[in-house]
Design a protein around this ligand. Structure first.
Ligand code: SF4
Length: 278
């Protein structure tokens, strides 16, 4: 089995997003019952980063709700990144702030950001059935800019939202042009407020993982949202199918398994972890 890396994330601004992504509880369109807040205090984010580091995460992703990076929030994000970098210099910081301009990405990099997460979500032809407030092409453009400024690119998508195998192949074709360092695979987490039914199963998830592993032998294939829903504590099946990364801890608006449960699986199967510290 491959060595895996662990990544953790924090939602630093939650909900009230003007996007209409049908899979997302943070959209104002669906009225999902989630915790909403404007900005999480930096002190809390630093504490969360310390906890992530303690449980073995080598990457920490800062996420804001919203279609695009609001230029007014740039100084706040820069300050946040600088504080985190000062506290835990070895922790890789990943930003996920939506559609962004080149200058903004350069500023974030200067502050200490190592990578930017910007998922294509789905194929260009299926995307308009999931989202109408912004275009797939705009997302693709930002992903290109991420590479251009020399940040690592995390870019993957969401599965089990009604797409089919042709969409996976189309998405792979698009991602090939971007050559992401990390490809997060999210499996849709249903919510009664969302206008989508889950169309994934464990077999389907395993097929997606194998397909992406085969297409991207050099990238990290990360099991992201929905891992617990698909695999329960048998996520090692996903690793055997070719994944080599997991999100540890909670997701944006839903809880994940407690890190000690994941570590139990890691030890049980003798999985090697990149930069393990516990
Ligand atoms: S996925 Fe992002 S852009 Fe879409 S509704 Fe959720 S927070 Fe907004």
């Amino acid at each position: 089995m491959r060595e895996i890396c662990l990544c953790s994330l924090t939602n630093i601004r939650s909900g009230s997003c003007k996007g209409d992504c049908k899979f997302c509880t943070q959209s104002i369109y669906w009225g999902a019952k989630i915790e909403r807040y404007r900005w999480k205090p930096i002190s809390q984010i630093v504490e969360e980063a310390e906890r992530a580091w303690e449980v073995g995460a080598s990457g920490f992703c800062l996420v804001t709700s919203g279609i695009e990076l609001d230029p007014h929030s740039l100084p706040r994000l820069q300050k946040m990144i600088e504080s985190l970098k000062k506290r835990i210099p070895q922790l890789k910081l990943i930003g996920c702030f939506g559609i962004a301009e080149k200058r903004e990405l350069e500023e974030l990099k200067k502050a200490g950001l190592s990578a930017y997460n910007h998922n294509l979500e789905s194929s260009p032809s299926f995307y308009p059935r999931l989202v109408t407030t912004h275009r797939w092409e705009e997302r693709f453009k930002t992903a290109q800019l991420v590479k251009e400024v020399g940040l690592e690119l995390f870019s993957g998508g969401i599965f089990g939202v009604g797409e089919d195998k042709r969409d996976w192949k189309e998405m792979i074709k698009a991602l090939k042009k971007l050559d992401p360092e990390v490809i997060p695979l999210n499996f849709f987490i249903p919510n009664p407020a969302l206008p989508l039914e889950r169309t994934h199963s464990k077999e389907m998830a395993l097929e997606v993982i194998s397909l992406f592993r085969e297409a991207f032998p050099q990238s990290v294939i990360m099991l992201a949202g929905g891992r617990e829903l698909v695999f329960g504590d048998k996520w090692v099946e996903g690793i055997k199918a070719g994944a080599d990364g997991i999100i540890i801890g909670n997701y944006l608006t839903t809880g994940g398994d407690a890190p000690h449960k994941d570590w139990k699986v890691i030890r049980q199967y003798g999985i090697r972890v990149k930069n393990a510290r516990s």
